[in-house]
Design a protein around this ligand. Structure first.
Ligand code: UD1
Length: 430
C-alpha cells in the first residue's frame, strides 16, 4: 500500500487549481440512468470514486467515454465524461461496489423510476458511523415502491411505476434528498420533499435535471417540489468546484503560515469555513475566479466549531479544522452533530503531539506550541487529509499510511501541494 512522506514546517506559497467536486459529480453521473440519451459532464475530478461509479453504471448497461475514449473498465483520467444508458441490462448494484462507495446506492431511485426495479446492496457500516438507508427506503416506499431486505440487498419493485408523495425527512440527508429527487423527476404527479438538504451539490443536481427536462422548484430551500415528466433527455453540464478541496487547501495555507491563491472555485461555497478561518487569524481576499488566503497573525486563535447541514459548518471539513486548532493559542471545542463516530483522527493527531480530549460528540483541543512528525494511519478520506495538513505544519518527518483513502477524493494532492513548496512525496509500495 502506498504512503505519503512529508517533511513539515515550510510555509506554502503559490497557486492551486481546484478540481470539480467529487460529491457533486457522483449524483450527476447517476442521473444518466434516467434517460436513454447521452449525458456529458465536464470538469470531472480524476479520483478513484469516479472510476468506481463508472464501473457500476457500465454494469447496469451504460456505455461511457472519457474524452472520446471508451472507459467501460472504469479506468479514467480525463475531464469530460459522456455516459449513455440507452438500455438498462442489469438492475443490481453489488455489495463490492456499494460497500466501498456509498454513493453507489443512489442508483436505486433512478432505476425504480426508469424501469420499476432495483436490487441494491446495503452499504454496511463505515468508518465514520452506521450511516443507515432508512430515509431512502421509506421515501421510495411512500412513492409506491415495495422494498424487501434480502441477503443484505434492498430488493425494490414498482411494477406500475412510482407515484407522487409528500415526503418529510426526519433528518437532513444529502443522499436521500438526491435519491428521491431523481426518482421524483419521472414519477407520476407532483412530489414534495420537506426538510430536504440544501447543500450546493443538491443545487448542482437540480440544475442538471432541469437541463434534462425535469420540472423542479425550490433550489437551495428545504422544500423541493418536483412535477414528474414522462421522459428526460440528454444534456451537457459542468460539475461545480469542490468546496471541500477548496477548504482543505485554504487550511493548508493557514496552518503553514503561507499564502495560497485558490482558482477555479468560489468563496461563497465555503463561507462558514472562511468565517472560522478569519476568526482564527486568516486573511481572505475574494477574486473573480476564487480566493487568496494567508495567515495574518503569527499565531492562530482557538475557535469553537459545530458541524451542521449546509449552510452550517460542513462535517467533511471537521478533521481539517481540528488539525489547525491543534497549534492554536488557547482551546477550541469541536462538536460533531452529523456522524456519530467521526473522531478517528484524534489518536493519530495525538501521535504528532496534539492535546485533544473527546467527550461524546465534542472534542476539546488544547493548542500546543508545535507538532512533531511521526508515522500515522488514517481510516477515512477527510481524516487522512487532516493528517497531511498536520504533517505540513509539524517539525520533521510524517509518514501517512493507507493513502488509498486520499485517492478516493483528492486529485493529485501531492503535486498540488508540492507546487506550493511542500516537501511531500508518495512512496509507492513495491
Ligand atoms: C454526503 C456526502 C458526505 C458528507 C455527508 C454529510 C456524498 C457522496 N457524500 O453523504 O461526504 O459527509 O453527505 O454532509 O455526497 N441518515 C439516516 N438515514 C438515511 C440517510 C442518512 O439516518 O437514510 C443520517 C446519516 O447517518 C447521517 C446524516 O443522516 O447521520 C447525514 O447523512 P447524509 O447527508 O445522508 O450523508 P451522505 O449522503 O451519505
Amino acid at each position: 500500500m502506498d504512503s505519503i512522506r512529508i517533511r513539515g514546517g515550510k510555509p506554502l506559497n503559490g497557486k492551486i487549481e481546484i478540481s470539480g467536486a467529487k460529491n457533486a459529480a457522483l449524483p450527476l453521473m447517476v442521473a444518466s440512468l434516467l434517460t436513454e440519451e447521452t449525458l456529458t459532464l465536464s470538469n470531472l475530478p480524476h479520483v478513484a470514486d469516479i472510476s468506481t461509479l463508472i464501473s457500476l453504471l457500465c454494469q447496469h448497461g451504460a456505455t461511457a467515454e472519457m474524452n472520446g475514449q471508451s472507459v467501460s473498465d472504469g479506468c479514467s483520467d480525463g475531464r469530460s465524461l459522456s455516459i449513455t444508458a440507452d438500455r438498462i441490462t442489469s438492475t443490481e448494484a453489488p455489495y463490492d461496489i456499494v460497500r466501498k462507495m456509498r454513493a453507489g446506492a443512489l442508483v436505486m431511485g433512478p432505476l425504480l423510476a426508469r424501469i420499476g426495479k432495483a436490487r441494491v446492496s446495503l452499504p454496511g457500516g463505515c468508518a465514520i458511523g452506521t450511516r443507515p438507508m432508512n430515509l431512502h427506503v421509506s421515501g421510495l416506499e411512500q412513492m409506491g415502491a415495495e422494498i424487501k431486505i434480502v441477503g443484505g440487498y434492498m430488493e425494490a419493485e414498482a411494477p406500475a411505476g412510482l407515484t407522487s408523495a409528500e415526503i418529510r425527512f426526519e433528518t437532513v440527508s444529502v443522499g436521500a434528498t438526491e435519491n428521491l429527487l431523481m426518482a421524483a423527476t419521472l414519477a407520476k404527479g407532483t412530489t414534495v420533499l420537506e426538510n430536504a438538504a440544501k447543500e450546493p451539490e443538491i443545487i448542482d443536481l437540480i440544475q442538471l435535471l432541469r437541463q434534462m427536462g425535469a420540472d423542479i422548484e425550490g433550489d437551495g430551500t428545504e422544500r423541493l417540489v418536483i412535477r414528474g415528466v414522462d421522459k428526460l433527455h440528454g444534456a451537457r453540464y459542468r460539475v461545480m468546484p469542490d468546496r471541500i478541496e477548496t477548504g482543505t487547501y485554504a487550511i493548508a495555507a493557514v496552518i503553514t503560515g503561507g499564502k495560497i491563491e485558490l482558482t477555479n472555485t468560489r468563496a461563497e461555497l465555503i463561507r462558514s469555513v472562511l468565517d472560522i478561518l478569519v476568526e482564527a487569524g486568516a486573511d481572505v481576499v475574494e477574486t473573480e475566479n476564487g480566493l487568496v488566503i494567508s495567515r495574518s497573525a503569527a499565531r492562530i486563535n482557538g475557535v469553537d466549531i459545530m458541524t451542521l447541514p449546509y449552510p452550517g459548518y460542513p462535517t467533511d471539513m471537521q478533521a481539517q479544522m481540528m488539525a489547525l486548532m491543534t497549534i492554536a493559542d488557547g482551546a477550541a471545542m469541536i462538536t460533531e452533530t452529523i456522524f456519530e463516530n467521526r473522531f478517528m483522527h484524534v489518536p493519530e493527531l495525538a501521535r504528532l503531539g496534539a492535546n485533544i480530549t473527546v467527550h461524546g460528540h465534542s472534542a476539546l483541543v488544547r493548542g500546543v506550541q508545535k507538532l512533531v512528525g511521526a508515522p500515522v494511519m488514517a481510516t477515512d478520506l477527510r481524516a487522512s487529509v487532516s493528517l497531511v495538513l498536520a504533517g505540513l505544519a509539524a517539525e520533521g518527518e510524517t509518514v501517512i499510511n493507507r493513502v488509498y483513502h486520499l485517492d478516493r477524493g483528492y486529485e493529485r494532492l501531492e503535486e498540488k501541494l508540492a507546487a506550493c513548496g511542500a516537501d511531500i512525496e508518495r512512496i509507492v509500495a513495491s
